[in-house]
Design a protein around this ligand. Structure first.
Ligand code: GLN
Length: 496
């Protein structure tokens, strides 16, 4: 088996055992990127010398007899919304074109400390606003299963890179579904940790009360290893949780669901869901039951109001966060020819630098926060948020985890929803409640839809700091289905 087809855990073991060098592993992935990324467009920035330099440093540490962790020498694709001192950071926006951050995000720093080799920065919807990666200022990313379809979003570059074997691991951020939804539609594993379980320091902010960094991988154990590598308390993030990281690696190894109480969310899975998605979902629930889980239906009535509440809260926070792009501090500056006021330059820069979806969010958010409307919109949405958290709380008195399809449909064609924001927003129907309540959820592949042969994801939701339960259930599903797919689900991907 070639190096690019190995898991992160296998690559880490090979490097630790001295069987292959980190440089060889990095080179194999750089070659793969050179071969397929012109078609996939998962990466916004790849710097061969910087990558090989990191790999050489890992090899030197090994040669010096240092005890390297399980992921040392393993390549990773890093979402271009985390700051990196040695690579540009654009957030998929023209307004940050050419921006070089003066510091590393905490997630970036921890990747380096774990000896992970950062291959480059991945494409995303501008400022992580979107579900298809079509909102990137740098062109869309394509789904490795079908190059005419989207890889999901906003972390679509990260999902596509892993699905296309350009990297065994990648990072994402999930504000409303941006890790779980792209993972589902590209047939890989994606985890949104408990809010505050992974650091936002150095993450370019979209909606600060929702933004959560998390891992992508081709299997559950690799995702758990990466989760543990960059999670945990960070004094630089005021909302970081000061508690031990849930034992997700242990849970991924365990994968036992006997006696586990699983709740099927009644509100998710009716009209508007693709038949093939529902078929795979229900089969997987039955499978879990056959493995000894106790399955019941659970009603969470306020989940149906999560989407409108999110589209008030997230744009409100975005309108405030994006005010910092004022033409003075970062990146682009337009019209500064000595004749214009600072205000005019700012207006021209923001008009030229932000794309249409980002402008829509800023306008929506500014409106929702404006005096006279604040209580009717933002205040109301915050109340809905409380109701959703209460629904979760009540549900987790009855069951250990909740399950649903990750997203109502498989990957849709590029262009299909680009001019229909409402259709685009619906991709996150099932993922958003978890962001509003701050708990943990994972998406794990559970088969292919009959209509189109495209991957379907199962979403497993757990209470705050119950991240390990997500991995336990995901590992059970992965193990039970493994046999059916021979070389893994991705071996069925026809495009590459
Ligand atoms: N698709 C959702 C949005 O556009 C969620 C994005 C995200 O999680 N970053 O806001």
């Amino acid at each position: 088996m070639s190096l690019i087809h190995k898991s992160a855990a296998e690559l880490g073991a090979l490097v630790a055992g001295g069987e292959v060098s980190a440089v060889e592993v990095a080179q194999a992935h750089l070659d793969r990127i050179a071969a397929v990324d012109p078609q996939v467009n998962a990466f916004l920035h790849v710097d061969v010398e910087t990558t090989l330099g990191q790999a050489r440093a890992v090899d030197a540490r090994r040669a010096a007899g240092e005890d390297l962790g399980p992921l040392a020498g393993v390549p990773i694709a890093h979402k271009d919304v985390f700051t990196t001192v040695d690579m540009p950071t654009t957030a998929g926006s023209k307004i940050l074109e050419g921006y070089r951050p003066p510091y590393d995000a905490t997630v970036t720093r921890r990747l380096r400390e774990a000896g992970l080799v950062i291959l480059g920065k991945t494409n995303l919807d501008e400022f992580a606003m979107g579900s298809s990666t079509e909102n990137s200022a740098y062109g869309p990313t394509r789904n490795p299963w079908d190059l005419n379809r989207v890889p999901g979003g906003s972390s679509g570059g990260s999902s596509a890179a892993v699905a296309a074997y350009e990297a065994p691991l990648s990072t994402g951020t999930d504000t409303g579904g941006s890790i779980r939804q792209p993972a589902a539609v590209t047939g890989i594993v994606g985890m949104k940790p408990t809010y505050g379980g992974s650091s936002r320091y150095g993450l370019i902010a979209f909606a600060s009360s929702l933004d959560t960094p998390g891992p992508f991988a081709r299997n559950v154990m690799d995702a758990a290893l990466l989760h543990e590598a960059f999670s945990g308390h960070d004094a630089m993030d005021s909302t970081s949780i000061d508690a031990p990281v849930p034992s997700v690696v242990e849970a991924a190894r365990n994968g036992d669901v006997a006696g586990l109480r699983i709740g099927v969310v009644k509100e998710f899975g009716g009209d508007g869901y693709q038949a093939g998605v529902l078929a795979r979902f229900h089969e997987t629930v039955e499978l879990l039951e056959s493995l000894g889980a106790k399955v019941v239906e659970v009603s969470c009535p306020s989940f149906t109001t999560a989407l409108p509440a999110y589209y008030l809260i997230a744009p409100s926070e975005a309108s405030s966060n994006l005010a910092r792009f004022d033409a003075m501090r970062y990146g682009l500056r337009v019209g500064d020819d000595g004749t214009r006021s600072a205000e005019e330059v700012m207006a021209l820069t923001r008009a030229a630098g932000f794309g249409p979806e980002v402008k829509r969010r800023i306008i929506l958010g500014t409106y929702a926060l404006s005096s006279g409307y604040y209580d009717a919109y933002y205040g109301q949405a915050q109340k809905v948020r409380t109701l959703i958290a209460r629904d979760f709380e009540a549900a987790f008195h009855q069951v250990d985890v909740l399950v649903s399809p990750t997203t109502p449909t498989t990957a849709f064609p590029i262009g299909e929803r680009a001019d229909d924001p409402m259709a685009m927003y619906l991709a996150d129907l099932c993922t958003i409640p978890t962001n509003l309540a701050g708990n943990a959820a994972i998406s794990v592949p559970c088969g292919l839809a009959d209509e189109d042969g495209l991957p379907v994801g199962l979403q497993v939701m757990a209470p705050v700091l119950g991240d390990d339960r997500c991995y336990r259930v995901a590992a059970a599903v992965e193990r039970a289905l493994e046999g059916r797919w021979g070389g893994g689900l991705l071996s069925k991907a026809p495009a590459l």
